[in-house]
Design a protein around this ligand. Structure first.
Ligand SMILES: NC(=O)c1ccc[n+]([C@@H]2O[C@H](COP(=O)([O-])OP(=O)(O)OC[C@H]3O[C@@H](n4cnc5c(N)ncnc54)[C@H](OP(=O)(O)O)[C@@H]3O)[C@@H](O)[C@H]2O)c1
Length: 257
């Protein structure tokens, strides 16, 4: 039976052992949606599956396309077609222009970008064949505009925002919906290395999951919050560079205190 509150019977969630997507998995499962939870094998994923009725663990590494294809085939043969693919596996790497952490940059781009397209490539064929499905990608407000000290994470999230736009345009008329989800700071282990003084409008994972699920069932193209940060970044982004760069510099300095 489809969850009464939501239009999906089966949701595949990558990054399900993490803070935000774990919270979403638990909330959806409690509402009757069957969850296929993916993260790398280990304790965190097992804990999630053990703690939630309707959550089944399908361990896989999103950096391995063939493993993801096999995982999707396993899920669909055991649970039925994937109605929602929520792609949330991600990481943050600090970025210091004077000492660039190339490994961190490459790992972020791989996980935050390749990990997303690998999962899309695995889930999309059966959605297209059924003319039905929903792909939701976890981006970030940081993908809207370049920000000092955020070269790794921001670049990777800008890439998935652009990717989601392409998918949205190409999938129109196929029955497959696309949503990009761009939250601001959430209090999770992901951004523990980010200077706490520079984190604005931090929300809990519970609030973040609630705000996503309030809208996701309506399959909008974009979910972004907090609104004031979303509007600031979108406005700044659309200004001529002669105005946008000083504004961002001023704002970033103000945050340093
Ligand atoms: N926290 C924030 O402030 C914030 C804000 C906006 C957007 N987001 C985005 O929201 C998503 C979730 O963030 P979060 O804060 O909840 O992160 P998190 O708690 O650190 O979770 C990250 C998830 O990614 C999984 N993962 C890492 N490498 C993987 C791999 N190779 N294959 C499969 N899974 C892998 C982790 O699982 P294992 O380690 O168990 O494999 C974990 O489930 C990310 O895309 C993030 O960029 C976060």
């Amino acid at each position: 039976m489809a969850g009464a509150k939501y239009p999906w019977k089966v949701a595949w969630i990558t990054g399900a052992s993490g803070a935000i997507c774990g919270e979403i998995a638990r909330r959806l499962a409690a509402a009757g949606v069957t969850i296929a939870a993916t993260a790398r094998p280990g304790g965190k994923l097992d804990q999630l599956a053990a703690g939630g009725e309707g959550i089944k663990a399908y361990p896989a590494d999103v950096l391995r396309p063939d493993e993801l294809k096999a995982t999707v085939a396993k899920i669909e043969s055991a649970l039925g077609p994937i109605d929602l693919a929520l792609l949330g596996a991600g990481m943050y790497a600090p970025f210091d222009i004077r000492n660039i952490d190339l490994d961190g940059f490459h790992r972020s781009m791989a996980l935050n970008v390749d990990g997303v397209i690998n999962a899309v490539a695995a889930a999309l064929p059966s959605m297209l064949a059924r003319k039905s499905g929903h792909i939701a990608i976890m981006g970030s407000l940081f993908g809207y505009a370049g920000w000092p000290e955020n070269g790794s994470y921001g670049a990777s999230k800008a890439a998935v925002i652009n990717l989601a736009e392409s998918l949205k345009l190409e999938l129109e008329g196929t029955g497959v919906a696309v949503t990009i989800i761009n939250p601001g700071f959430v209090d999770t282990p992901l951004n523990a290395a980010y200077d706490p003084k520079k984190k604005l409008y931090v929300m809990s994972k519970e609030r973040c999951a609630r705000k996503i699920l309030e809208k996701l069932g309506g399959k909008p193209y974009e979910i972004a919050f907090p609104t004031q940060v979303e509007l600031f970044l979108k406005t700044v982004r659309s200004l001529p560079r002669a105005l946008s760069f000083p504004l961002i510099r001023w704002f970033a300095r103000m945050m340093q205190g």
